[in-house]
Design a binder for this molecule. Structure first.
Ligand code: M6R
Length: 613
C-alpha cells in the first residue's frame, strides 16, 4: 500500500531515494519523506503532498549522506499530514523507520509506552515501532529490531536506520512485501522492484519472518536466532524502460496501448510450453488431477474479480466444470464447508493484495489446490500458490488496471483451453478453432485501439453528466462492471454496472438525458435481447452509447436506437469478445477523467497495491 525504498552504498543516497519514491508513487501518494544518515545524525525531511514537492524541497535545501530510507504513504492510521508522513522517529531522534502495513496492537503498545514516559508526536501506528526499538535490549540495531518483532501484531514491511551504525539498514518482512536489490554500487531495500530496477536487475525477495541487515557491501538474512545462507537472487525480467512513460502523457494511456503486446507475450509464454502437459506442469498439476477437479472457485478483488466473473463463463463452457467466483474479502470470512476436489484460482495483478492472499491461504487450509494467476513475478501470491500462471503484461504502474485485465482474460482462455482438452470437454476441432481465435487477439486489440480519437471526441460530449449506467448481458455483463469501475476510479463520476435485463428492476429509474447509458453489445446469442433492452432505455429518453461489433456497421436497428455507436473488431467466438469490447470503455474512462482534470495515474484515495485488509 505504501512504498518503501532504502539505499546504502558509496553514492549520495537522496537522489536515489527520491527516484525510487517516484517509481513507487502508485502504491500511495498522499505524503512522502526521507531519513538520511549523515555524520552520526539522522536528517529527516517529509511533507504532505506528492513526491515532487519533497524533491523540490530537497533541491532547494539539499540533504547529504550515503545511506537512507524513504517512504511514500497511503494513509491508514492518521490523516495524510506532514506530521504523520514517514519516516517516524523515537524520542531521541536516533532511530528512524518507514513502514508499510498495519500494526494491529498499536493502541495497546502506545498506551504502555506513553505510561513509561515516551512522547508520541503523530497519530500513526508506525510510531510505536520506533519507540519500541528505542527501549529494546541489544548490542546492535538488528538485535533491537529483532526484540521488538515479537511484541508486534499485524502485517508489516519495515526499514530502520539508526545513528549508532550509519551505513546499516535493517529491514523486516512480515506480511507486506520487501525485497533487496544487489549492485556493485551499493545495496537497496524496497517494497517492489520498480524502485530499484534502474540500478539493478538482481533482487532477493524476503520471506515472512526474515530480518535483513543491509550494508554497502551486501546483506545477511536472519531468521530466529541464526543467519541463513545467502539466497540466490532473482533476475527482474523487464527492463528499466518498462516503467518509463515512453512518450505517452499518462501511464494509464500507455498501458491501454500496450495491450496487444501484453496479450501476445501472455499467449507466447503459455504456448512456449508446447504440450498442454508442460503447461499444466507449470501449474503444478498433472492431466489426471486436472480431470478429477469437480469445481473451480475464483478469488480476487476489484478488476481481477471482474476478470474472474468473465472466467466463469469461459471455464464453465470450455471445461464443463462448475465455477463460483468470490470477492476474496468476503470469502476469507465466510462460513464454508471444505470442498474436496476444488481448484482455487487466485487472480491478482500485484500478487500482494492482502484479501486475495488470505483467501488463498484459507482455500489451501481447506485442502484446495491453489493456482495463482499473477502478473508480478516473485510476489507473495505467486510464491504461496501451489502453482502459478504468470501473465506477461509487464509492470503496470497506472492505478487503474488495464493491460493486466485483458491479460488475465487471455490467461483464463488459455487455461480453459488446456483444461477443456485434457478433460475431453472440448472436441479437437473446436479447440483448434478457439486457439486460432486466441492468436488473433493481439491484432484485434490493436485495431480496437483505433477508436481512441473517436472516444476522445465522445468524451467531450459526456464528460459532465450526473452519472453513467453500463449495461451488458452474459459475458458482457462483467465488461459493463469493469467499464463502470474504470470510470469511477479515474474520473470520480458515479457509474453503475448492471446486467442489461435486470435494470428494469431498479436502475432504470436513473435513466434521463443526463445519464449516458453504455451498452456492451457484441454480436452474440444475446444480441437481440440487448437490442430490446436498448429500446427500453430509448423509450425513456436515455442517451445511448453502444459498443458493438465492427461487422454491425450496417445494423439498422442499432443505428436508429443508439446516439453513439463505437465499433470494435470482435472475435467470432463470443467468449473472447470481452478482450476487445473493454478497450473503448478503458479509453472512455481515461478521456473523461482527463477532461475533468483528474490525476488518472494517481486517483484520490486509491493505491495500486492494497496490502492491508
Ligand atoms: O493487484 P490485484 O489485481 O490483486 O488488485 C486488485 C484490485 O485492488 C485492483 O484490481 C483495483 O480494483 C484496481 N485499481 C482496478 O483498476
Amino acid at each position: 500500500m505504501c512504498g518503501i525504498v532504502g539505499y546504502t552504498g558509496r553514492r549520495e543516497a537522496p537522489p536515489i531515494l527520491l527516484e525510487g519514491l517516484q517509481r513507487l508513487v502508485y502504491r500511495g501518494y498522499d505524503s512522502a519523506g526521507l531519513a538520511v544518515s549523515s555524520n552520526g545524525t539522522l536528517a529527516i525531511r517529509k511533507m504532505a503532498g506528492p513526491v515532487e514537492d519533497l524533491s523540490q524541497d530537497i533541491l532547494q535545501t539539499p540533504l547529504r549522506g550515503v545511506a537512507g530510507i524513504g517512504h511514500t504513504r497511503w494513509a491508514t492510521h492518521g490523516a495524510p499530514t506532514t506530521l504523520n508522513a514517514h519516516p517516524h522517529t523515537d524520542c531521541s531522534g536516533r532511530i528512524a523507520l518507514v513502514h508499510n502495513g498495519i500494526i494491529e496492537n498499536a493502541d495497546r503498545l502506545r498506551a504502555e509506552l506513553s505510561a513509561s514516559g515516551h512522547t508520541f508526536r503523530t497519530d500513526t501506528d508506525t510510531e510505536v515501532l520506533a519507540h519500541l526499538i528505542e527501549d529494546a535490549p541489544g548490542e546492535c540495531l538488528e538485535d533491537r529490531v529483532r526484540a521488538v518483532i515479537g511484541r508486534v501484531k499485524g502485517s508489516y514491511g519495515i526499514a530502520v536506520v539508526g545513528t549508532a551504525e550509519p551505513g546499516k539498514i535493517v529491514a523486516v518482512r512480515q506480511g507486506s512485501p520487501v525485497l533487496l536489490g544487489l549492485s556493485e554500487g551499493g545495496t537497496f531495500v524496497a517494497s517492489d522492484a520498480a524502485a530499484v530496477r534502474s540500478h539493478t536487475d538482481e533482487v532477493v525477495y524476503l520471506l515472512d519472518g526474515d530480518l535483513a541487515v543491509i550494508t554497502a557491501d551486501g546483506y545477511q538474512i536472519r531468521r530466529g536466532n541464526g543467519t541463513i545462507p545467502l539466497r540466490r537472487p532473482t533476475r527482474v525480467a523487464w527492463s528499466a524502460d518498462a516503467v518509463e512513460l515512453a512518450g505517452f502523457e499518462r501511464y494509464m494511456l500507455k498501458e491501454i496501448f500496450e495491450q496487444p503486446d501484453a496479450i501476445r507475450r501472455t499467449i507466447a509464454s503459455w504456448s512456449a510450453r508446447n504440450e498442454s502437459e508442460d503447461a499444466l506442469a507449470q501449474c503444478n498439476l498433472t492431466p489426471l488431477e486436472c480431470r478429477t477437479f469437480e469445481r473451480i472457485q475464483i478469488v480476487a478483488c476489484g478488476t481481477s474479480w471482474h476478470a474472474g466473473l468473465i472466467g466463469r463463463y469461459i471455464l464453465e463452457e470450455m471445461t464443463g466444470i462448475p465455477v463460483q467466483v468470490e470477492y476474496a474479502s468476503e470469502y476469507r470470512y465466510k462460513c464454508q464447508l471444505p470442498l474436496p476436489g476444488t481448484l482455487t484460482l487466485a487472480i491478482s495483478q500485484s500478487g500482494e493484495t492482502a484479501d486475495t492472499l488470505e483467501a488463498l491461504r484459507r482455500a489451501q487450509s481447506e485442502g484446495s489446490h491453489v493456482l495463482g494467476i499473477v502478473n508480478t513475478v516473485g510476489s507473495t501470491i505467486a510464491r504461496e500458490s501451489d502453482g502459478v500462471m504468470y501473465l506477461a503484461a509487464g509492470p503496470e504502474i497506472g492505478v487503474a488496471s488495464t493491460k493486466a485485465f485483458t491479460s488475465q482474460l487471455v490467461a483464463l482462455l488459455l487455461l480453459g483451453l488446456t483444461f477443456g482438452e485434457a478433460r475431453g470437454a472440448l472436441a479437437p476441432p473446436r479447440a483448434r478453432e478457439l486457439e486460432g481465435e486466441l492468436r488473433k487477439l493481439p491484432e484485434l486489440v490493436r485495431r480496437s485501439l483505433e477508436v481512441d480519437r473517436e472516444i476522445k471526441e465522445l468524451a467531450k460530449i459526456v464528460s459532465n453528466p450526473r452519472g453513467f449506467l453500463y449495461l451488458g448481458r452474459g459475458v458482457s455483463f462483467p465488461v459493463a462492471l469493469e467499464g463502470a469501475l474504470k470510470l469511477k476510479e479515474v474520473s470520480y463520476l458515479h457509474a453503475e454496472g448492471y446486467p442489461a435485463a435486470e435494470m428494469k428492476h431498479g436502475p432504470i429509474a436513473l435513466v434521463d438525458d443526463d445519464t449516458p447509458v453504455v451498452f456492451v453489445a457484441p454480436r452474440d446469442g444475446l444480441y437481440r435481447k440487448v437490442l430490446a433492452n436498448i429500446q427500453e432505455v430509448k423509450a425513456r429518453g436515455g442517451r445511448i452509447i453502444a459498443i458493438c461489433a465492427e461487422e454491425d456497421e450496417e445494423e439498422m436497428e442499432l443505428a436508429r436506437l443508439a446516439d453513439h455507436r463505437v465499433h470494435v473488431p470482435c472475435p467470432s467466438d463470443p467468449l473472447l469478445t470481452p478482450v476487445t469490447t473493454v478497450v473503448p470503455l478503458q479509453l472512455l474512462a481515461y478521456h473523461v477523467a482527463m477532461l475533468r482534470g483528474c490525476n488518472v495515474d494517481r486517483p484520490r484515495n486509491l493505491a495500486k497495491s492494497v496490502t492491508v485488509e
